[in-house]
Design a protein around this ligand. Structure first.
Ligand code: ATP
Ligand code: MG
Length: 339
């Protein structure tokens, strides 16, 4: 039976989702960055990882904890993050059935510390022949097809679960970048708080995310949408349901959206004039799951007066960009750094 020697992998280890791209094949794994653990004294046994663990969120049996090892873009729990990453790479390798270990390129936030870099490398050393890191904003820009190797500036905004990363890129270099620890998770939290304060209704993270995706928006165009929300009444303690509007959800999440808009403005103000001229011409590219928030493109356009585009597949931009780097190592040879 024919077996390939090795299949190189690109990994987007995100706060919300982990994706793996296999060279020559495409995206082979797409799972929530979530782990369910059974805590028994100092011992921690894995119960489930990925989609299976996400389903357990908010409804776990006693003794089982569901955790997200990466919070606000930084590794909050090294041990569990390592276990999760190793398991995902192991799954991707099993599918590939290659003879040798792959070379692996991992997308990381620009503010990553040496300790975090080492943790990533150490956790996958057993599964990889070589580990390289690439700045997530650079990967997202490449994934969106922006001309990063050319002498013209591009502006990429990657709105993830934990962070929003904004970068101006020209000639394979990040000329200027801004990273804020606000993204989709902060919107979910704002919705939970709003439901508690305004409606005395307790809802979980999964429900908050569903509300955001269904009727959440960044523009008043979507204010008339409605949806029924179920939770637990804080006054009676019993299950309760009520109808919420797009307008109140937009208002509840406005602070996060305003911060994102202000950060893009700040990035533009700190960009050298010749480069901002390029951006006015080429526009702003939105990527990451947060780019799917309804009306965000319109809102950013109205605030900044610059054309705004949304990536074709915002959730896959980083992993596809890192994958393109694998597919074309000659063209992109200066965009990664050794772990
Ligand atoms: N249709 C949608 N509308 C609004 N938000 C969405 C939509 N779909 C996904 N999201 C949000 O996008 C976020 C996940 O995006 P993404 O997978 O890009 O993040 P990540 O890469 O895991 O996080 P980070 O880059 O911060 O580490 C979540 O907060 C999710 O709720
Ligand atoms: Mg991301």
């Amino acid at each position: 039976m024919f077996r390939v020697l090795a299949r190189d992998l690109a990994v987007d280890l995100g706060t919300a989702n982990t994706l793996i791209y296999e060279k020559g094949t495409g995206v082979v794994l797409d799972e929530p960055s979530i782990v369910a653990l059974k805590q028994d004294g100092p011992r921690r046994d894995i119960v489930a990882i990925g989609a299976e663990a996400k389903e357990m969120l908010g409804r776990t049996p006693e003794g089982v904890k569901v955790i997200r090892p990466i919070r606000t873009g930084v590794i909050a729990d090294f041990e569990v993050a390592g276990l999760m990453l190793r398991e995902f790479i192991g799954r991707a390798r099993k599918k590939a059935r290659a003879l040798f270990k792959p070379r692996v390129i991992v997308g990381v936030p620009s503010g990553i510390t040496e300790v975090e870099k080492r943790a990533i490398r150490d956790s996958i050393e057993g599964e990889a022949r070589e580990v390289k890191l690439i700045d997530e904003a650079m990967a997202a820009a490449i994934g969106c097809g922006l001309p990063v190797t050319e002498a013209t500036a591009s502006l990429i905004v990657d709105i993830g679960g934990g962070t929003t990363d904004i970068a101006v890129i020209s000639l394979k270099d990040i000329v200027h970048s801004v990273s804020v620890r606000r993204g989709g998770d902060a919107m979910d939290e704002a919705i939970i708080n709003h439901m508690r304060r305004r409606h005395h209704l307790l809802i979980g993270e999964a429900t908050a995310e569903l509300i955001k995706k269904t009727i959440g928006s960044a523009h008043s165009d979507y204010d008339n949408q409605e949806m029924e929300v179920r939770g637990r009444s804080l006054t009676s303690g019993s299950p309760a349901a009520l109808v919420v509007t797009g307008e109140e959800i937009r208002e509840a999440t406005a602070e996060v959206v305003n911060t994102i808009c202000a950060s893009i403005r700040q990035a533009l103000e700190n960009t050298p004039p010749e480069l901002s001229g390029d951006i006015i011409e080429s526009g702003i590219m939105l990527a990451g799951g947060g780019a799917l928030l309804k009306g965000l493109d319109r809102r950013v356009h109205e605030e900044l007066g610059i054309e705004v585009k949304v990536a074709e597949d915002p959730l896959c931009a980083v992993v596809e960009g890192a994958g393109k780097v694998l597919d074309n190592t000659e063209l992109y040879k200066d965009v990664w750094f050794q772990a």
